[in-house]
Ligand binder design. Structure first.
Ligand SMILES: [Zn+2]
Ligand SMILES: [Zn+2]
Length: 393
């Protein structure tokens, strides 16, 4: 029986799991209800697992009939602090929402687990099922790796998918692959610019941190426009600016916060370095001072070319070739799947799936976001097939 047929057989379960998870979204690292629900399903299938990996992650293990390599299949299981407004019969009422489709990712991985567990005698090697918390922050992949998720047995490759409409224009069921840089890093910076407060009518008596901040903001954009190649994507965004207390007072300090994105590690490190250098020299050149803090978050997600090629070969066995598209350019969002792919060769794919709410489509992280559940079985078949084929190689 083909994996398409097997995925059809488990589709009813996958929908049931997705809806159950959709009703109990939790945020962050400690996903008690969600992980308990997933463990119950693994118990029912008789699949052994390690729990509380990196707080509330789960690592299931399916051992194949003959020895071989180990491939990890990863799903994130966290929601967002958004009040759901879809009006769906299974909508969340706890104040959080699965507004990114991670409920579907976990349900799909449970579907894959069920299919592959039924085939395990024919598998060469092992399947590791990785259910991770906190993809939406503060990050669950790294704590799981630090807690040995990829050890015993050691993992040799990793696959994962994201459902929904992250790339804009794509038809339901289409698979978007990338042979290299796919998503950006997710870094954060904070600066406090110090001047010297005084009366707004006598600027000569102080040092104005607001005029320094405005120069900093304008100047650092030249890192992107003048110092990095136009063909290397990079973003510097100031998302917060705080300063001043009165219209006629020059304040002591201004606080700025923002994010840097790049899809290449070297570009990323360059942005971080030059952001500090330029900000510092502008602040000091204007008689102020600066405290600068840069946090390297999720790294850029760069797929392994060979694993991606293997994935595409496997996918062609199941779905029409025109449904497999190569991404023309990376997206500037971040994903902590990057930590797993940095550890072992792997690939991440986008699976398009949209479902209108009140007659309109809504983006990820919107209170009316939804997915087309029919597409989930395609996700199950694709991952099961790719994992099986990869182990055979
Ligand atoms: Zn998201
Ligand atoms: Zn997501």
């Amino acid at each position: 029986m083909s994996y398409l047929d097997r995925s059809k057989e488990v589709q009813e379960d996958v929908v049931k799991w997705r809806r159950a998870l959709h009703q109990i979204p939790e945020v962050g690292l400690d996903l008690q209800q969600t992980s308990t629900y997933i463990m119950q399903q693994l118990d029912e299938m008789g699949i052994p697992y390690r729990k509380n990996v990196g707080v509330s992650g789960i690592v299931g293990l399916i051992e194949g009939g003959s020895p071989g390599k180990t491939i990890a299949l990863r799903a994130d299981m966290d929601g967002l602090p958004i009040v759901e407004e879809t009006g769906l019969s299974f909508a969340s009422e706890n104040g959080n929402m699965h507004a990114c489709g991670h409920d579907a990712h976990s349900a799909i991985l449970l579907g894959v687990a069920k299919v592959l567990n039924g085939e395990k005698e024919n598998l060469k090697g092992n399947i590791k099922l990785i259910f991770q918390p906190a993809e939406e922050g503060p990050g669950g992949a790294k704590p799981m790796l630090d807690d040995g998720a990829f050890e015993n047995p050691k993992v040799d490759g990793v696959l994962g998918l994201h459902i929904g409409g992250l790339t804009g224009d794509s038809k339901d069921g289409e698979v978007l692959v990338s042979y290299g840089s796919m998503m950006a890093c997710l870094d954060r910076f904070k600066m406090t610019i110090r001047g010297k407060g005084c009366h707004g009518a006598y600027p000569e008596n102080g040092v104005d941190p607001i005029s320094i901040a405005s120069q900093v903001i304008a100047n650092v954009q030249t890192i992107i426009s003048r110092e990095v190649s136009p063909t290397d994507p990079g973003v510097i965004t100031f998302g917060m600016i705080k300063g001043g207390s009165q219209y006629n007072i020059i304040s002591d300090t201004v606080e700025l916060e923002g994010t840097c994105r790049a899809v290449d590690q070297d570009v990323r490190e360059y942005l971080a370095k030059r952001l500090e250098e330029i900000s510092r020299s502008v602040a000091e050149g204007m008689r102020g001072s600066i405290e600068f803090d840069y946090t390297f978050g999720y790294p850029p997600l760069v797929n392994n070319e060979d694993v991606t090629k293997y994935f595409v070969e496997s996918a062609k066995k199941l779905i029409p070739e025109e449904d497999i598209k190569e991404m023309k350019k990376p997206v500037m969002g971040g994903e902590d799947m990057a930590y797993f792919i940095n550890e072992v060769p792997g690939t991440y794919i986008f699976l398009s799936s949209h479902e209108p709410v009140d007659g309109a489509l809504y983006p990820h992280h919107n209170s009316k976001f939804n997915i087309n559940e029919d597409i989930m079985q395609r996700g199950v078949a694709l991952i099961a097939q790719a994992a099986t084929d990869w182990l055979q190689r």
